[in-house]
Design a protein around this ligand. Structure first.
Ligand code: ADP
Length: 236
């Protein structure tokens, strides 16, 4: 589903992503970990086309999408959520999701877009909120709305950037169950996540970055016990 070969992104003299290579099979749920500033968000930006790589190649479902525009990468089946919720607060939740249906893998308009939006809202448990302004939703519901927007694009690969951050313990359990319900439908997920409880619950596999480089990739239990990974987190 995703193959990254020697991806590099430099900002001035700094290699925020430094010759990173890995691939993710269809249906996998992989965690992307690493201390702050290690390059995780930049890597997601390379995959989603928000930033062009300085070097290396990015293949999505076998197609070379290196340097392609974000809208073309969305059409190739990649959707993402952002660390800070990016909804359109004055529109209704349904209108927010309809916007994604229009820009998704298969563009849908009018009543079809509305139908897809309603289905996506139902999948995230937000189907009771048709008429309200999105900005009035609770924090968890805004996060659900972001997920619904990503799902309405009918992605094959879903990129989550700390989607669970900031939730209270009860909401966290709900959030984990929600992500699990998507993974059970066969969607491929790459998720940046700091909450280890969530990583252990959702991700059979973990990748760890440090200073732009990929320092570990394997089964989550082994990766989290790896002394190099522990040292990276302790800042050694
Ligand atoms: P993470 O998501 O792991 O916290 P980031 O990918 O946000 O890490 O950042 C990796 C490094 O790249 C950091 O040193 C950060 O300051 C730098 N960086 C990220 N985006 C930019 C940018 N647009 N311009 C310059 N430096 C950036």
């Amino acid at each position: 589903m995703l193959e990254i070969r020697n991806a590099t992104k430099t900002f001035g003299g700094l290699a925020a992503v430094d010759r990173v290579s890995f691939s993710i099979q269809q249906g996998e749920v992989a965690g992307l970990l690493g201390p702050n500033g290690s390059g995780k968000t930049t890597l997601l930006n390379l995959v989603s086309g928000a930033l062009p790589p300085s070097g290396g190649r990015i293949l999505i479902a076998g197609r070379d999408m290196t340097g392609k525009r974000a809208d073309l990468i969305a059409r190739a089946g990649v959707a993402r959520t952002f660390q800070l919720v990016r909804i359109l607060p004055s529109l209704t939740p349904e209108e927010n999701v309809m916007v994604s249906a229009v820009f998704g893998a298969v563009p849908h308009w009018g009543e079809k877009a509305r139908e897809i939006a309603r289905a996506a809202l139902a999948r995230v448990g937000l189907d009771g909120h048709h008429a309200r302004a999105a900005g009035d939703l609770t924090y968890l519901d805004q996060k659900r709305l972001e997920l619904a927007r990503a799902l309405a694009a009918e992605p094959k690969l879903l990129l989550l950037d700390e989607w669970l951050a900031g939730l209270n313990p009860t909401e966290l359990k709900e959030g984990i169950a929600l992500i699990r319900s998507f993974s059970e439908t066969g969607i491929t997920i790459l998720m940046v996540e700091h909450i280890m409880e969530a990583v252990r619950a959702l991700c059979p596999r973990c990748l760890v970055m440090n200073s732009g480089a990929l320092i570990a990739d394997g089964p989550t239990g082994e990766v989290l016990a790896d002394p190099h990974v522990i040292a990276a987190y302790l800042g050694e």
